[in-house]
Design a protein around this ligand. Structure first.
Ligand code: PLP
Length: 459
């Protein structure tokens, strides 16, 4: 919209509301203790502002709810499937689109087919489920983001970029052991930072020189395309959907969680051009997810995603989305809270290592901060640090590269006053950061430990 005012206008008005339940500090102290100091174990009714994830938590539009009424639940060949497939191919015209119930199912199927011991899968930064699915096959998940991507304070317009020189050196040396190269757009575990079109082209060129397939982990493709539109030379006059299509044209396939940019409450897909890998993937799909025209989803879910994909690339929405995330990040920055800069697309990441420097990495400063945000103001966030990434495939434990707390913003869900409240709570907790205790893990599952581990405060 062409106007001189700076207030962020949500490009929608509210049509149905969900009540929030207020709790007291004593109730929250009890709830988090009962949850073993793990925010994933809380009852969501005990959470006031839920910034645990932007995955599946967005508000659907009137047009998505209307599309749901068109859901056709035929087991095979449902019209909902054809609408879904057309909407996916409109942006990502890969030969094969394989629907899955969410992103990790796409990862599990793909890596079951192409992973295996002795192989290496490079990525800018693997998301936790991607890493776990690669490692579950015995392969190595190798993160190769540019150096700036490891430093929370360094300003760079595309901090999610792949280190192209390191990628080329690896491929030169080990091409035979590399079944695929991945690029996560935007780079969730690295601060929600975008990848430039030039870097995507660079990765594509290197992969194709060595004959290796290049795949996108494209959950936040629209937010990434908006950053390209805003920050990359020569891109500002382009339609966002065109930028997305160009990104897709550089890749050979993708995994996707439709719970992010496409506004699905559930859903995902795997897409690729290679016929033989697609056939193997479809065979596993039938065993684990369902028939290839629904793949673990109801017809109504396929309809909601097909409509959501159209809304995800609207410029008014993306302008609001990226600016409202920056609104939270900039306010925390001005209040002296260390945050990953520049502010990413779907979340603000607090640098818990810098804020809680008195807590050792393996006493989990990120977990300590996330617990304090909940106890103080009922805000649920997510540790992305040594709790999530500390356990190594050989069983040892080592500190993660960064100790972050992610405040993920569900799409179209919270208003500016909710966010103003978050700013107040985070600022208050940051002021008292020196008094927060570290934690020890007292129960730990074998994989993806952050989801169910239990903790105790260190005296
Ligand atoms: C970058 C990235 N890849 C993959 C996934 C996995 O998707 P899902 O949660 O739908 O299984 C996520 C989910 O948060 C993600 O952020």
């Amino acid at each position: 919209m062409d106007q001189p005012f700076t207030t962020i206008i949500e490009p929608f008005r509210i049509h149905s509301v969900e009540p929030l339940r207020m709790t007291t500090a004593d109730e929250r102290a009890l709830a988090i203790e009962r949850a073993g100091f793990n925010l994933f174990n809380l009852h969501a009714d005990d959470v006031l502002i839920d910034l645990l994830t932007d995955s599946g938590t967005g508000a659907m539009s009137r047009d998505q709810w209307a599309a749901i009424q068109h859901g056709d639940e035929s087991y095979a060949g449902s019209p909902s499937w054809f609408r879904f497939e057309a909407a996916v191919k409109e942006l990502f015209p890969f030969n094969h689109v394989i629907p899955t119930h969410q992103g990790r199912a796409a990862e599990k199927i793909l890596f079951t087919v192409i992973g295996g011991a002795g192989k290496i899968v490079p990525n800018n930064t693997h998301f936790d489920t991607t890493r776990a699915n690669v490692e579950a096959t015995g392969a190595e998940a190798r993160d190769m983001v540019i150096a700036e991507g490891h430093d929370a304070a360094t300003i760079h317009p595309f901090k999610g970029n792949m280190d192209l020189a390191a990628l080329e050196a690896l491929l030169k040396d080990r091409a035979a052991d590399i079944p695929v190269v991945f690029l996560t757009i935007t780079n969730n575990s690295g601060g929600g930072q975008p990848v430039s079109l030039a870097n995507i082209r660079g990765v594509s060129d290197i992969c194709h020189e060595y004959g290796i397939p290049f795949f996108l982990d494209a959950c936040r493709f629209a937010e990434n395309a908006w950053f390209i539109h805003e920050r990359e030379d020569g891109q500002s006059d382009r339609d966002v959907a065109d930028i997305v299509r160009e990104i897709a044209s550089l890749a050979d396939g993708m995994t996707m969680s439709a719970k992010k940019d496409p506004f699905g409450n559930i859903g995902g897909w795997l897409a690729m051009n290679d016929d033989s890998i697609a056939e193997k993937c479809r065979n596993i799909l039938i065993l684990t997810e369902g028939f290839p025209t629904y793949g673990g989803l109801a017809g109504r879910d396929l309809e909601a995603i097909a409509q959501g994909l159209k809304e995800a690339v609207q410029p008014d929405y993306l302008r609001y989305r990226i600016r409202s995330t920056a609104y939270l990040g900039d306010a925390l920055d001005e209040a002296g809270v260390p945050v990953v800069k520049p502010i990413g697309g779907h979340a603000v990441y607090i640098d818990a290592k810098a804020l809680l420097s008195h807590i050792q990495p393996l006493q989990y400063p990120g977990q300590a901060l996330a617990i304090a945000l909940y106890r103080t103001g009922g805000i649920r966030s997510c540790e992305i640090g040594s709790v999530m990434f500390g356990r190594q495939p050989d069983g040892s434990e080592k500190p993660a590269a960064m100790e972050l707390v992610r405040l993920a913003i569900p799409r179209r869900t919270y208003t500016q006053s909710h966010i103003d409240y978050v700013i107040e709570v985070v600022t208050a907790v940051a002021r008292a950061a020196n008094s927060l205790p570290g934690y020890r893990m007292v129960e730990e599952p074998a994989t993806l430990r952050h989801f169910t581990a239990r903790f105790e405060p260190v005296a």
